[in-house]
Design a protein around this ligand. Structure first.
Ligand SMILES: O=c1ccn([C@@H]2O[C@H](COP(=O)(O)OP(=O)(O)O[C@H]3O[C@H](CO)[C@@H](O)[C@H](O)[C@H]3O)[C@@H](O)[C@H]2O)c(=O)[nH]1
Ligand SMILES: [Mn+2]
Length: 755
């Protein structure tokens, strides 16, 4: 499809962001950590167990820093030139777009609808697109909203294309007034479209909570007497684009699906939903590329699909090796600093090795790779090698791997051989699609094992990602400004703790499943440095243990009157280490336009999430490995963007885009997540108070100013907890948590002093 006539400028370029200065800083920090370890080894005899515990913790931190240095060594991403696409490519390839939703209460249908509308309106020929929405909540309300939205889409899509609107999610677009003179054609169209959108939101709102319309129409019959965890498969063609010429007024296909659910059948959460999406779309449109977004991740840049195609279609850079194109995840609410910084420095770093990790949303996959192909299976021209043809295309192996459906097998063969898909009536596939949503369809097939989205981890994204890299494929990262997709992120508090725990649990699960980099490092086609990069994320949960110890050590030493840190000039190692690390991370934030405040919040939240939330992931995975319980996926709550933010304070470019930025206050509830943090603060405060009144044990070595400073630093990092002790309501730590923490802290003090 793409032409490779060389005089034409490229569709994309790989940009390297490597910096010798930053490498030197990374190595300096590594060197300081190693010298600290050396000092500990040389002075081990004179000291007590504290010395050994500190040494073990610092060994972990050094190892983590080594992994980070490896990741940050050669960052890279891609710059694309979508404006060059038309002169280079005669016919753009089809793309199937997948949206997953699971709960109409935690994921309000109006958010889903906005995401779908933004997808339908992207800058791409409408006859090449199809949008599939998977609803694990089996909600008639979601289906109703989609039906209404597809009617509104007939106004919205032409409007966006006619006026080249940038943000194509109506709830965001209509937050600003139009910049045209009143009475102009544009402003009339704008008013009319806005009115229609308001009608749509009103209808969805009216339908929420009342169900009389459910009985009124036959179309909703399938939803009668269903529960979200107990119902048959539902597949509905919401809108079929029969125009098929790709003009500006056309609206792409919209299909609603909800796979069968039974209470005693395990559904593999989002991964299971994705695999059903792959199958249904395989039958109906079988596009070679598949875009996947979470239901809150609307398109913020109309050219997203074209940008991704620049990478896939650029032949000269062995595009056949690129399995997927990932965009970073950005958010319209909450404190975006942490994730932006993480994605920019670490994300780009991994992108520079074998390619970014698939992050679950904002990613374009190639269908063939999802069907299990390895890089070696392809010849130079990108078609299947003769060995691979024999291996993959034998009828009985196809049925064994993909399930017992002739149509499915045929669509897989077509996809593997890159045959163009003939236009057909979507409704013709309804019956087969229904069958493929059956609970037992995947039984004894390779779905979730080698094919599609992989099971056995609640972070199905990273699990699937390492599977792809292990088969030798690369991936590409595009980092556009403004962000390509924007979604919703829970604010600091219980909701975010649940999410962080799920992530840490899912990642740790992979360390112990068959994708583990510990096994694959030497025998699979994944690059060694890429394996190390995965190891860094998979070990998030484990980091909670040394961090928890390290937050308690200064207090213990102060109370026990023993030395934690080196004495004399050697204390310089610690001071330089902390100093350089602070300046370095601060620079990372300010370089991206974030404030000192957001840097501090991130450092503080970093310690809180590790010690309070990730800690539980260790427990989750132990229980899972012992076969006592399964890990669960609790969907995060999504909120609509507020109508308009009134805050006039100075914010960075990225921060301005986030209307819901709250006061940054931390919320608490009675859950166990907040016990470790409260305990840490109490212990450190008690140690400082004890030191002031001269309450100290008989430990050797003697503690001093360094240990006291350590305690102060910990309290500063856990400041939200200190504040929470004096607040009421949702911003206050509940009395039950406080009293448990106080009891544990008292025990800790007694043991430290008396020991
Ligand atoms: O049983 C389920 C559970 C979840 N989902 C969908 O999965 C998506 C992600 O869920 P969310 O609660 O938003 O999780 P996050 O932690 O915000 O999501 C990130 O982390 C997840 C796990 O790593 C990935 O699946 C996501 O793509 C990634 O954006 C949403 O669209 C859900 O509707 C389902 O379809 N079925
Ligand atoms: Mn989410």
């Amino acid at each position: 499809m793409a032409e490779s006539s060389s005089p034409l400028p490229p569709l994309c370029e790989r940009i390297s962001h490597k910096s010798y200065f930053l490498r030197a800083v990374d190595l300096t920090i590594l060197g300081l950590l190693l010298s600290l370890l050396l000092y500990r080894i040389l002075h081990v005899n004179q000291k007590d167990t504290v010395w050994i515990v500190a040494f073990l913790c610092e060994t972990c931190f050094t190892f983590v820093w080594l992994l980070i240095t490896n990741i940050k060594w050669s960052p890279a991403d891609y710059k694309t030139y979508p404006e060059r696409l038309d002169e280079r490519v005669h016919e753009l390839p089809p793309v199937d777009m997948f949206v997953t939703t699971a709960d109409p209460v935690r994921e309000p249908p109006l958010i889903v609808v906005n995401t779908v509308l933004s997808l339908l309106a992207v800058n791409y020929p409408a006859n090449k697109l199809a949008c599939y929405v998977s609803d694990d909540g089996c909600s008639p309300l979601t289906y109703f909203s989609l039906k209404e939205a597809s009617k509104f889409a007939k106004i919205w899509v032409p409007f966006c294309k006619k006026y080249n609107v940038r943000v194509r999610a109506p709830f965001m677009y209509f937050r600003n007034s139009p910049e045209a003179a009143e009475g102009s054609e544009f402003s009339k169209d704008w008013e009319m479209t806005k009115r229609e959108y308001e009608k749509l939101s009103q209808k969805v709102e009216d339908a929420t909570g009342s169900s009389h319309w459910l009985d009124a129409e036959d179309d909703f019959e399938a939803f009668l007497n269903t529960k979200s965890n107990d119902h048959s498969t539902i597949v509905k063609v919401v809108w079929e684009n029969k125009g098929g010429v790709g003009d500006e007024k056309e609206v792409p296909h919209v299909v609603y699906i909800s796979r069968e659910k039974r209470p005693n059948h395990f559904h593999h959460y989002k991964a299971g939903a994705m695999n059903f999406l792959v199958r249904v779309s395989g039958l109906m449109t079988n596009a070679p590329y598949m875009l996947n977004v979470d239901c809150d991740m609307y398109v913020n840049e109309a050219d997203v699909v074209r940008q991704a195609m620049c990478i896939f279609l650029q032949k000269s850079m062995d595009s056949n090796h690129c399995a997927f194109v990932q965009y970073p995840q950005d958010f319209y609410d909450s404190n975006v600093g942490e994730l932006t910084v993480l994605q920019l420095y670490l994300g780009r770093g991994i992108a520079g090795i074998q390619g970014p990790q698939y992050a679950g949303s904002g990613c374009f996959h190639t269908r063939r790779v999802m069907y299990g192909l390895s890089l070696d299976d392809l010849g130079d021209d990108g078609s299947l090698s003769s060995i691979a043809t024999r291996k993959y295309l034998a009828e009985e192996s196809l049925t064994r791997e993909f399930g017992n459906s002739k149509e499915m097998v045929k669509s897989v063969v077509d996809a593997l051989q890159r045959k163009p898909f003939p236009q057909k009536n979507l409704k013709d596939s309804l019956e087969t699609a229904q069958e493929m949503g059956h609970c037992h369809y995947e039984y004894q097939t390779s779905w979730g094992k080698n094919i599609g989205w992989l099971y056995d981890s609640t972070t199905e994204d990273v699990n699937t990602s390492i599977g792809i890299h292990s088969r030798g494929w690369t991936s590409s990262y595009i980092f556009p400004d403004p962000p390509a997709f924007l979604g919703c992120m829970p604010q600091g508090g219980p909701e975010v703790m649940v999410q962080q725990r799920r992530w840490a649990t899912g990642l740790l699960e992979i360390l112990f499943n068959k994708q583990s980099p510990l096994i694959g490092m030497f025998c699979r086609k994944i690059r060694f440095r890429q394996s190390l990069a995965y190891l860094y994320v998979f070990s998030w949960g484990l980091r909670s243990i040394p961090e928890l110890f390290y937050c308690l050590l200064p207090a213990y030493c102060l109370l026990h009157n023993s030395a934690l840190f080196p004495k004399g000039v050697y204390l310089g190692i610690i001071i330089t280490l902390v100093g350089i690390h602070c300046l370095y991370t601060l620079w990372e934030f300010m370089n991206l336009g974030f404030s000192i405040q957001s840097w501090y919040v991130t450092q503080s939240f970093g310690r809180i999430k590790t010690t309070c939330s990730w800690l539980f992931s260790v427990l989750d995975v132990i229980l899972k490995l012992l076969g006592i319980s399964k890990t669960v996926f609790i969907v995060t709550k999504k909120t609509m963007p507020e109508t308009k933010s009134g805050s006039g304070s100075k914010k960075s470019q990225r921060e301005v885009d986030c209307p819901n930025q709250d006061s940054g206050k931390f919320e608490f509830d009675g859950s166990l997540y907040f016990l470790p943090g409260t305990f840490i603060v109490l212990v450190n405060l008690a140690a400082l108070a004890g030191c002031l009144v001269g309450l100290q044990g008989r430990g050797g070595g003697g503690s001093g100013l360094a240990e006291a400073c350590g305690c102060i630093l910990v309290v500063i990092l856990f400041l939200p907890f200190l504040k929470g002790m004096f607040e009421k309501g949702k911003y206050g730590i509940p009395f039950s948590t406080l009293s448990k923490a106080a009891f544990l802290a008292a025990l800790f003090v007694v043991l430290s002093v008396g020991n």
